[in-house]
Design a protein around this ligand. Sequence first.
Ligand code: C2E
Ligand code: MG
Ligand code: MG
Length: 685
Amino acid sequence: MTRQEFERHLLPLARRLNELLHARPFDPAPAHQVGEALVAAHCTDPDALSSTLGVIDSYLVLYCGRSGSPELSTEDSRARCARMQHALAGGFTLALRERTLTEQEAIARSALAARSQAEHALHATEARFRAVFKDAAIGIGIADLDGNILEVNDTLTRMFGGLEHHVRSHKVHEWVHPEDSPQVWKYYNELVRGEREHYHVEKPYFRNDGTVLWTNLTVSLLRDSEGRPEYQLALMEDTTERRLLNLRLRYEATHDALTGLPNRTLFFERLEKTLAAKNGTRFGLCYLDLDGFKAINDSLGHAAGDRLLVEVADRLQSCATAPGEMVARLGGDEFVALTTGPHTEDEVDELACRILGVLATPIRLDGRELTVRGSIGVVEGPAAGARTAAEVLRSADITMYRAKSAGGNRFELADAEADARAITRHGLTTALPAALDRGEFFIEYQPLVHLGDGSVHGAEALVRWCHPQHGVLGPDRFIPLAEHTGLIVPLGRWVLEESVRQANFWKERHSDGGPLRINVNLSPTQLHHPRLVAETVDVLERSGLEPGALCLEVTESALIGADDDLLKPLRQLAEMGVDIALDDFGTGYSNLANLRRLPVSVLKLDRSFTQGMQQHPADPVDLKIVEGIVSLAHSLGLAVTVEGVETGAQAEQLRQLGCDTAQGWYYARPGAPDRIHALLLADAV
Ligand code: C2E
Ligand code: MG
Ligand code: MG
């Protein structure tokens, strides 16, 4: 209230007092109400009552005494005023007390209400927390910082086997497991010392029955209101099942389903780990491929083949039982055994011997005894070399092939040079098809000379490869590869076309000499090709060269055991007038009786005979053999050509022995076609 408002409020009260002062009969009691009214108007300041009483005492009688009732004496007025003051003070005090009480009560009541509300809320959160704790699908446990377990929820109890006292009988730090990662207990100690707020690990536990529980464990530090470490709270998720599943999946991904041996993946992991070793360890690797497994598979069926592989796997496993040794199946009939340690130089040889040894005992399959043999490529060396696992395995693979081509049932040791050769061979093989398309092949011609008069009788076409990186490569470097991949068919066709074209060109330029012949080599694969006859006829017809000017050279080895089917195309060609020469005669079986069956008209004696004649005096037995072959050939109607004539003496000797034609460096090395042309001209002169 402003001062004016307050005065307006007090004025009626003052009037009331004035009326009371003069009332008849006099009754001071209503002053009581004025006191109450003052309290009601909040005049409750500690000085308020005494000031009010002072004002009334000093001024009520002074200003109001006479005016209202002149008959009232001053003494009476004073007496009345005193009694009114008593009444007013009484009313005031009573009202003040009541008001104070009411206020206190209100405060108390609202305090009470507030407290019960807070308790209610607290209860609700606690109940919620309880529910979470109790029903959580995750295991929850609380322990003090000494590791005493204070509380665990049902899930956690169940994870440990279902009995709470089993969990409580432990202290947290007693739960050590041999597979604990090294950080687990370091983190734990940091946490209970208050140096870490939480940690998360994968941790195994032993249950009371000895089984293992795997968990994803998160532990947090709980601090009190002052921030001092108080409890540890563990949340754990049971990952045992998931882990088992993962282990099984991992096992399946890293093991061979048939034999149960580690597979290529696991083997590579192990080898890579071995090769990553820094210290002076060495490793030895045996790469085994069974000899002739395909034949067994094809003849006895795959089920039998599988059983054989299982038996082989078992035997191999028994060879590599020492620590650091492992056997794996890479696929098909390929296995590897790995050994690591400081002394693998000797150990790997022993391992390879053991493997060949266990394979030596025949395997019983379906009442049959099967002898299984294998070829092993062995790689040995310091682990910390610069080689990758793939390089090591490739070297072992290459070496295994070397063992195989040396006859199998043996082991060979890897050597860098042989590897390099094999790698180039591989490179060449893959480059062959493109080389033919790009025209990287060319032909050199080596003259064939009549021994009687030294005249040029024809030339042999010898193919070369002008390789962009390796330079000119001789046929020995790539013909076997072309044979192997089948590229020999188009390559051979090209050689035939090209040399027949060349022969025709010579014929046109050099019409006066006798018919000039062209010798072209045929490889075994070409012999089997169904279109051999048709294509040869086609080439001859298109060029216009008569069949009699063409001689196809076939090696003796290609015709060993040849049946009539294989000989048929050669017969057809021979009937057309094409000469067939038996190349390199004397290097194979030299089956003289066989000569009668073959549609050949020329025998080419291998260079090895000529070489035997280089000594002085020539080996008389060699001479007799050559003489015998020549006379036999002649009696069968075959002409004899000798290869590799390098000296005049040889030429003379061979002439005396009755050979018809010769070829060799003595006359000319293989060379460009125009050199033959020049020779022919010289001949003519
Ligand atoms: P081949 O048919 O026996 O050829 C004769 C080989 O002896 C040639 O080797 C030739 O250069 C070599 N030679 C010739 N005279 C002498 C001599 O006096 N001394 C010595 N030391 N060697 C001599 P080249 O050219 O390396 O050919 C090797 C083999 O490659 C040939 O043996 C032949 O079997 C094969 N070949 C060559 N060209 C072809 C072809 O176009 N197709 C097929 N399938 N094979 C071919
Ligand atoms: Mg030849
Ligand atoms: Mg030859």
